[in-house]
Write a protein that binds this ligand. Structure first.
Ligand code: PMT
Length: 435
């Protein structure tokens, strides 16, 4: 292992109670040799399998076994460790710690630290073959995966319990390689400029009424955060309807499709990657009244005209940009996604069936299919939007790296690491989703 990737990185190594705990010593040693600052947390069961002194000697730090054993009065150790960690690795991870993590239990030093950290978490499970295959464990692993926890799969072979099957802790070298890969990918978009759009546009009828849609901006924000975490220089063009804006990302707030068009085109030429996750109105009122419309006795007809298609315009103008469009569909996903890909000259279309459970507008999860010129390129189950964003940006990074030509150098500052209308009573307006 090269020292460069792990040098100076703070890794919290959690060890839980299984016979494979002895292998954690070798893992700790490899990480320390590669330059990482390793802080070990052992559960009560883990110390029955291997002495904390072994890990203390290898890590050259006090080993944490008790949440209440506070040695430094100036810090709360589980929060301090959680904050300082660049990565939390749990190896071996028992069925018990997986269940605690999946359900948010925090009853010891390790589970509390894991709940308190915002650092990525890598887990190497090890347990009896039947325990590993149990639906409860499988569900917990799936849930944690949806939240972005990474796994190093157990191996198959002779288990300490006498069974032969899947459940053996991955070898320390393999876990160490997975640790290294976590840090390597953080720089995978270094030097790239990424432009992301998020939220539903607002098309005014008068000063207090408008046409909009259900987009919360969560999907676009997740993409922007993922690009940032992979080292990119990110600009987010967000509508004012979106919630908390991400840190470490340049944000431009817009209202209408016309504003968004301008904001995107102003920054398009200098971008390397453009991701259009926003739900842009296809139509806007022909007349935007300066004063509040007064109620009349009869019907009110509002004439609409087409807005500019920002993605299509970007597709016409693109030179080397990697262009990602989204497609919000309710049927014939592949057909419409491929049509949008070609018509708008995109490199990738992320299609979501907005009628499917756990997918589409507003929620914290999405289920997407990705299409490129060859057809279906990937299909992901229901995942958190954060995980969708991360997987998407990883894929874009890989595809850009595979393009011929020079990869940009990382600049010195690069990080490593309800729907419808508030309108006249009884009037329902919506967006025609044919874009
Ligand atoms: O924001 P959330 O609540 O998290 O919800 C996420 C989402 C459902 C909004 C997101 O996953 C999504 O599907 N975004 C695209 C919504 C959409 O407008 O899809 P569309 O099929 O109508 O448009 C296709 C593409 O063209 C999109 O990239 C859209 O940004 C773009 N477009 C559309 C119309 C227009 N006038 N200009 C555009 O650029």
């Amino acid at each position: 292992m090269t020292a460069s990737v792990l040098k100076g990185k703070t890794i919290v190594l959690g060890i839980t109670g299984g016979i494979a705990a002895y292998k954690a010593a070798a893992l700790c040693s490899r990480l320390v040799q590669a330059g990482a600052d390793v802080h070990v947390i052992m559960t009560e069961s883990a110390v029955k399998f291997i002495a904390p002194l072994t890990l203390q000697t290898l890590s050259r730090h006090h080993v944490h076994t008790d949440t209440f054993d506070e040695r430094d009065p100036s810090a709360v150790s589980h929060i301090d460790l959680a904050d300082r960690a660049d990565l939390v690795v749990i190896a071996p991870a028992t069925a018990n710690i997986l269940a605690k993590m999946a359900h948010g239990l925090a009853d010891d030093m390790l589970s509390t630290t894991v709940l308190a950290t915002t650092a990525p978490v890598l887990v190497a499970p090890a347990m009896n073959v039947h325990m590993y295959a149990h639906p409860a464990v499988a569900d917990n692993i799936r849930l944690l995966g949806q939240r972005g926890v990474r796994f190093v799969e157990p191996g198959t072979g002779q288990l300490a319990c006498g069974y032969v099957g899947k459940g053996r802790l991955a070898e320390p070298d393999e876990i160490a390689r997975a640790v290294e890969a976590c840090f390597e990918e953080r720089g995978s978009l270094a030097g790239r400029r990424v432009l992301v759009t998020a939220g539903g546009t607002i098309e005014r009828i008068d000063p207090v009424r408008y046409i909009t849609n259900d987009s919360s901006g969560k999907m676009g924000i997740a993409v922007a955060e993922a690009a940032r975490d992979l080292g990119a220089d990110v600009t987010l063009v967000a509508t004012r309807s979106v919630g908390a804006l991400p840190e470490g990302v340049r944000t431009v707030t817009v209202e209408s499709a016309a504003d968004m068009l301008e904001a995107v085109m102003d920054r398009f030429d200098e971008s390397d990657i453009v991701v259009k996750a926003a739900a842009v109105a296809d139509y806007r009122p022909v007349v935007k009244h300066d004063a509040k419309l007064k109620k009349t006795g009869g019907r009110l007809v509002i004439e609409l005209e087409k807005t500019a298609d920002i993605l299509e315009e970007a597709g016409r103008r693109k030179t080397g940009q990697f262009l990602v469009g989204f497609a919000a569909e309710t049927n014939d996903i592949a057909l419409y996604a491929m049509d949008k890909l070609r018509r708008k000259n995109c490199d990738l279309i992320v299609a979501n069936d907005v009628t499917a459970e756990g997918a589409g507008f507003n929620g914290d999860t999405n289920a997407v299919q990705l299409f490129d010129e060859g057809g279906l390129a990937a299909e992901w189950p229901v995942l958190t939007k954060r995980e969708v964003g991360l997987r998407l940006m990883r894929l874009v990074a890989e595809r850009l790296d595979a393009r011929p030509g020079k990869r940009p150098d990382a600049p010195s500052g690069a990080r490593d690491g309800a729907g419808g209308l508030a309108g006249p009573k009884g009037t329902v307006y919506g967006e025609e989703a044919d874009s």
